[in-house]
Design a protein around this ligand. Structure first.
Ligand code: RB5
Length: 155
């Protein structure tokens, strides 16, 4: 089973705790990278921890939760090798894995209920990258990352 690194800020803390219970009950190895309460913290700090755990190979996949999932995804996507996707339903979560080879799922603790969040997590974990034409496109994303401000499609 995939090893999961999970992190949240204060707005996502409650949902992180629910997801950890669900993952542990389902048999997934989970590494909780904080935060550990509802005191206000800065979401990029937790995005960085989880993203680095994934790129270092310490975890196979990551889950990040803030108020909307947006701040976490913006921050995590700054780490080379990370493809972090916000999902608000199971279809988005499945497509994020199948088409985008996302390695981090971002959720919003202020926009999702616990039940739908767990369905989204399940859809993400039960899907896999489809490859084929999607591999070419993900390759182009990686080329953008390596090109910096240069246009990777021009010589
Ligand atoms: C915290 O108030 C909130 O800004 C944060 O959780 C997140 O939603 C940012 O994207």
């Amino acid at each position: 089973m995939e090893r999961i690194a999970i992190g949240a800020d204060h707005a996502g803390y409650w949902l992180k705790e629910e997801i950890i219970r669900f993952l542990q009950a389902s048999g997934y190895p989970v590494e909780d990278m904080g935060t550990s309460g509802e005191e206000s913290v800065d979401y990029p700090d937790y995005a960085a921890r989880v993203a680095r755990a994934v790129t270092a190979g310490q975890a196979d996949l990551g889950i990040l939760i803030c108020g909307t999932g947006i701040g976490m995804s913006i921050a995590a996507n700054k780490v080379p090798g990370i493809r972090a996707a916000v999902a608000t339903d199971s279809y988005m979560a499945r497509m994020a894995r199948e088409h985008n080879d996302a390695n981090i799922l971002c959720l919003g603790g202020r926009v999702l209920g616990g039940g739908s969040a767990l369905e989204i997590v399940q859809a993400f974990l039960q899907s896999g990258f489809a490859g084929g034409r999607h591999a070419r496109r993900v390759g182009k994303i990686q080329a953008l990352e390596h090109a910096g401000t240069k246009d990777p499609s021009s010589p």
